[in-house]
Design a protein around this ligand. Structure first.
Ligand SMILES: C[S@@+](CC[C@H](N)C(=O)[O-])C[C@H]1O[C@@H](n2cnc3c(N)ncnc32)[C@H](O)[C@@H]1O
Length: 189
């Protein structure tokens, strides 16, 4: 089953983007995102993996576009946010312009295929004129049978993007949340 097929199945069976996108976890994630966007002066944002859109309700973003590999996620997100610009995403095939910031929360550790993982990262960094915020796990762990999680040694991947520097890493409030936040700013255009 592809990752997109897994998420389509999951949403179609009535499940959500996950506990991380609701309640206190959603509030915490939004506080990190909203603070970062204000700090770098970002008013337009492209999100990779918008999910069912519950998390989006907590953001303060004037110009927003959401992408997801799951058609079902886009449908659910559209129900919650009828006026939001939303599109189905195919990693590596993005004919979009630049946004002030790109964000990607609790998505990358769910990507099984290495080439899709790198193409998604290239798209994330290729569409941000001011900064990037990624929330993911930072350490490699063996893939747990029956889980939809592939944890990588994440920070070395950032060497592919020399135009960006890490502003700071915000550690997740564990054990409620396992994914840390990496906040980066573009240093040259
Ligand atoms: C755990 S949910 C997180 C949703 C949202 N970011 C949030 O924080 O509430 C993960 C979402 O990422 C999507 N996804 C998986 N692989 C993706 C990829 N390569 N690019 C974009 N979205 C992807 C899934 O379809 C799913 O909707």
């Amino acid at each position: 089953m592809t990752d997109a097929a897994y998420w389509d199945w999951r949403y179609a069976s009535g499940q959500t983007s996950g506990a991380g996108s609701y309640g206190k976890n959603a509030e915490y994630k939004a506080s990190v995102v909203n603070t970062f966007l204000a700090e770098i002066g970002a008013t337009s944002v492209l999100e990779f993996g918008c999910g069912d859109g519950n998390q989006l309700s907590y953001y303060h973003i004037p110009v927003y576009r959401g992408l997801d590999v799951s058609r079902k996620a886009i449908e659910l997100c559209r129900k919650r946010h009828p006026r939001a610009e939303l599109s189905l995403y195919e990693p590596g095939d993005l004919g979009l312009g630049m946004y002030d910031a790109t964000i990607c929360l609790e998505v990358l550790m769910h990507v099984s295929d290495e080439s899709e993982f790198v193409r998604t990262l290239d798209d994330i960094f290729g569409h941000a004129s001011k900064g990037v915020l990624i929330q993911t796990t930072l350490e490699a762990r063996p893939h747990g049978e029956g889980t939809q999680e592939w944890h990588r040694d994440f920070l070395p991947y950032l060497e592919r993007y020399p135009d960006f520097r890490i502003l700071r890493i915000v550690e997740a409030p564990k054990p409620d949340m396992i994914c840390d936040f990496i906040l980066l700013e573009r240093t040259c255009n």
